[in-house]
Ligand binder design. Sequence first.
Ligand code: FAD
Ligand code: MLT
Ligand code: ZN
Length: 455
Amino acid sequence: MIGHEKVLSADFVNSLQQVVGTPHVLSTDLAGYGTDWTGRFIGSPALVVRPASTSEVSKILLLCSQHNVAVVPQGGNTGLVGGTLAHEGHIIVSSRRLTSIGAVDTASQQISVGAGVLIEQVQEAAKSHGLRYAVDFGARGSATVGGTIATNAGGINVLRFGSTRHQIVGIEAVLPNGDVIEHMAGLLKDNTGYDIASLLCGSEGTLGIVTAARLRLVASHNLRTTVLLGCDSAQEVVEVVGGIRQQFDCLDAAEMFFLDGANLVASAFDVSIPFVAPAYLLLEFSSDIDLSSDIEQFLTRSQFRGHCAVADNESSRTRLWRLREEHTAAISTIGVPHKFDVTVAVSDLPLFINAVRRRVSDANAEWSVYIFGHAADGNMHINVLGPTANDVSVDEIVLQVVAEFKGSISAEHGVGSAKKKWLSLSRSQTEIDMMKAIKSAIDPQGLMNPNTLFV
Ligand code: FAD
Ligand code: MLT
Ligand code: ZN
């Protein structure tokens, strides 16, 4: 077992400094690394180490295994499930200096990048060659490639392009003993045994450190059409999404939020709301033809009577998206939320949302609940303000409702330390035992991110 109170030996710290250089072994002012984005999970890492290459990562992990020191991999620290919670004696290994960006290979539509490269940087590199990196979400400017692989991040385009897992065509990683896995050829067909990239994707830093990846890029269509619809209810949102998906195969995003969240964003960040409605559906299409009249005809045919705002330029598009994407930050301006990121069947969303609101208010009418998310994925984000950080009664309530709807307790953010107590609500004991068997085969000392995923 690793003693949380473990003091790191001078010999170990000196060896780390020899590997990465003294300036990249940090022992003070670590709050920016130790506390999570929401402020709910506060860790106390003994050190933060910032390697600049795969071989430095390899030497660090070899040293940690020799000195039995626990390692918490970290990228942009934008995770929302307490996934980089380092306790006394644990060290954080930051990927922020692994920032190589390879040339865009237009023949294969792929790019190789370091784990510390930001999502936004991959998007920019793709765009400069008329292509697109399909993973996109509000933290694009601070989330890293390594972090999004480790959490199998989703975002707003999953319904058309899949999650991060579907973008990986090659991976480079360092295992807990310092061994390096390098499988970066990017061959689209390569059926030679277990898919290591897929195993590491979603492993939340518990199996090794991703140091680089080869990512697929997709065609970037010229015309983006962004439409905000005002609906009467979540029921109407689900019905419109169903109709739209039947009619259009170029729907990139279908995001739902409600008037309370829109008002919060409007007041927190001075963003204008084009019209008032109980529920909002933000749709985005990308194609090579102008869709606005087809969309108008669809809405008329389906007798849609709500408000409709169509973005007619980049700044009006940005304004519409800010109403949705700033929910996370706006909620954090009024408190430290208990965040839930769950999936249920799309058709169950209206009943599920009502059940969650009712059960939380029955528990404490003082608590406030903000619900928003990726409607077409059945993935809702439920943020509850009011309970103290350690009062997990609300976590129990919400995740039990998810289980009653046969949903997943974590749609895209991962399990982290926040949800690990409820893993068995979504995974059978056989599956959990298998995951633990894989973990102990690859990380026999249990050094990789020990506070995450498993109780
Ligand atoms: P970190 O937070 O640093 O780490 C996350 C996890 O990955 C930890 O378990 C860590 O140990 C592990 N890890 C990090 N780097 C590595 C590595 N190189 N090798 C191995 N393990 C590693 N997420 C979504 O999926 N969809 C969204 O729509 C979305 N929107 C967001 C909006 C906002 C405003 C914010 C703040 C966050 C949002 N997130 C979303 C959550 C977060 O951005 C993702 O979970 C993202 O994948 C985290 O990336 P990161 O680099 O910050 O990783
Ligand atoms: C989002 O979709 O905005 C994110 O997943 C962040 C959140 O859940 O707050
Ligand atoms: Zn999300």
